[in-house]
Design a protein around this ligand. Structure first.
Ligand code: ADP
Ligand code: MG
Length: 542
């Protein structure tokens, strides 16, 4: 500014503008320089960014390829697994099918084997023995008064098992006793879960035989409480018949057999069959006719006797036979008989397991003259049997009600036809008294008598089987009324089925072993081929 002193305004202005221009030039060159530097830097950054981006995208491509590969392999793996799974499923299906086929074949083979066994049994005249093990029941575990809890627990332990449908295993080890591990074979063994239906299914073929002309006897053997009455009649049938009828699935062999007999008869020509029933109780070695009526016409147990006819057959003279036309009529009659079994004053026993019950269905078949000639096997046998049959069955005691005389199947009407002949077959259904060996100590009076009679009659039954098994010439049928009454079924020409009833608990071990032993001995009896009653009878005397 000192230099400007004394200069003119123009000069000053010129100086200022020159200075400004110089500064402007300087600024411009700086800006240009800066711009260049920035541009350079930006270019560099852009370049590195670009390469980074390229790098990233390459990496991304690489990775996605790897993932894609992994996904593809996984998918392929899954596909392979699916295929393998399908193959396995097909294999499993094939295996299942072949298992089914094998099972089916096995069942068929088993049936064949059983059929063969049955024919063998038939040929040798063996007694068929089926064994039914009942379930453990609340009363098996009910605490006793005089025994310790430990013993109580042991008592209610199971010792008898159905291993399969032909084998019973008794297995038990008790401190202080030899351990038991024993098996028993029978024609059929029922486990505790098998129903009344199943049991009856095995009995039903015998009923077909009955209508084909064979005598049949089904007998329940076992200690008291082992299920004899349940198996033969059904639960509580004796006390409360109506209850049992309500639940048909619980019905036992006797009502079912009758239904089946009437069903089979309904398939035959009408009037060609008729059925008569007798109900008998053997108590204290006496035979009581539970259908006989006294002079007033009221039902009351009447004592009867069993005799041997000249032909060597057993017979009960004067035994009451009632004609029945259907199963419910039959059940009504049996029920009446069973009520009496409990109420009759001469029958002092408190419960039914103290007596043997024998329900007999006699089926009379009308064979026309044209048919019977062809069914004879040989003349001699037929003549012999013809006599036997006519004597074996007592004259039917007919009640003279108008209802019975108007029946289409009335024997009287049929006898009038010259060409018609009768064949009688018999179905005996037996509920034996309890087989337990009751000790005699401390028992007196009526109870002692009762017990000793039961023991004697059952051991007479065992003796008869023993004599038959050993084919002794003398068979002691007449040692007891029971064996005498059942003589023709046990030793004769009937198809006989013994239904052994077993309680599974340890408490009953001795009795169960005894029953299984009885059944085993019964199986050993060979009576020769069971005979068919295809023999026409001359009609009854006119
Ligand atoms: P038993 O006539 O041999 O003395 P019961 O037939 O009276 O024996 O049976 C005794 C008890 O056991 C009855 O209450 C009966 O209902 C029951 N019972 C027997 N067997 C069976 C079974 N298989 N299933 C269910 N309960 C049974
Ligand atoms: Mg009973």
């Amino acid at each position: 500014y000192q230099g400007l002193a004394g200069r003119s305004t123009n000069e000053v202005l010129q100086l200022y503008s020159a200075h400004g221009q110089q500064q402007k030039l300087q600024r411009n060159s700086v800006v240009i320089q800066l711009h260049g530097a920035i541009k350079k830097r930006l270019k560099q950054d852009l370049k590195s960014l670009h390469s980074l981006a390229v790098e990233l995208s390459k990496d991304f491509q690489r990775r996605s390829k790897a993932y894609l590969y992994q996904i593809l392999t996984a998918v392929q793996g899954i596909q392979l697994q699916n295929e393998a799974m399908q193959m396995l499923q097909i294999k499993a299906f094939d295996l299942e099918q072949s298992l089914e086929e094998v099972t089916e074949r096995y069942e068929k083979e088993k049936q064949k084997r059983r059929a063969l066994h049955n024919s063998l049994v038939e040929l040798r005249g063996n007694i068929r023995v089926h064994c039914r093990i009942r379930p453990l029941l609340p009363f098996d575990t009910a605490a006793g008064h005089s025994i310790s809890q430990d013993r109580q627990r042991n008592f209610s332990e199971k010792v008898a098992y159905a291993v399969d449908d032909e084998t019973v295993l008794v297995k038990c080890s008790r401190p202080g006793h030899a351990s038991i591990n024993k098996t028993f074979q029978f024609e059929r063994v029922y486990n505790p879960l098998e129903s009344q239906d199943t049991v009856f299914a095995d009995v039903a073929p015998l009923l077909t035989s009955l209508l084909d002309g064979y005598n049949v006897c089904i007998m329940a053997y076992g200690q008291t409480g082992s299920g004899k009455t349940y198996t033969m009649l059904g639960p509580q049938l004796e006390e409360n018949f109506a209850y049992a009828i309500e639940d048909e699935s619980e019905l036992g062999i006797i009502p079912r057999a009758t239904q089946e007999v009437f069903r089979l008869i309904s398939e035959k020509p009408p009037g060609s069959y008729w059925v008569e029933v007798s109900v008998v109780e053997v108590y204290n070695n006496e035979i009581f006719d539970l259908l006989a009526k006294d002079s007033c016409g009221k039902v009351s147990g009447v004592k009867r006797d069993v005799v041997t006819t000249r032909e060597g057959k057993s017979d009960v003279p004067l035994l009451m036979y009632e004609t029945v036309e259907n199963a419910s009529e039959f059940l009504h009659l049996v029920n009446k008989g069973l009520q009496l079994r409990v109420r009759h004053p001469t029958l002092v026993h408190a419960d039914s397991s103290r007596s043997h019950l024998v329900v007999t269905l006699t089926i009379t078949t009308i064979v026309s003259g044209d048919n019977f000639g062809t069914s004879w096997e040989d003349e001699q046998t037929s003549q012999r049997l013809s006599k036997e049959v006519s004597c074996t069955f007592p004259q039917k005691m007919r009640d003279n009600t108008s209802a019975s005389s108007s029946r289409a199947s009335s024997p009287v009407q049929l006898e009038a036809t010259e060409k018609m002949k009768q064949v009688k077959t018999r179905l005996q259904l037996v509920d034996l008294a309890g087989s337990e060996c009751v000790g005699m100590s401390g028992v007196t009076g009526a109870a002692l008598r009762e017990t000793s009679f039961i023991n004697r009659s059952l051991s007479a039954l065992a003796d008869v089987l023993g004599a038959l098994a050993e084919q002794r010439s003398h068979v002691p049928y007449r040692n007891s009324k029971l064996t005498h009454l059942l003589q023709d079924s046990i030793g004769g020409d009937a198809k006989l089925l013994v239904m052994l009833c077993i309680s599974p608990g340890q408490k009953y071990l001795t009795e169960s072993m005894q029953s299984l032993g009885f059944g085993t001995r019964a199986r050993q009896v060979q009576r020769g081929q069971v005979k068919k009653k295809n023999v026409p009878l001359p009609s009854k005397a006119k």
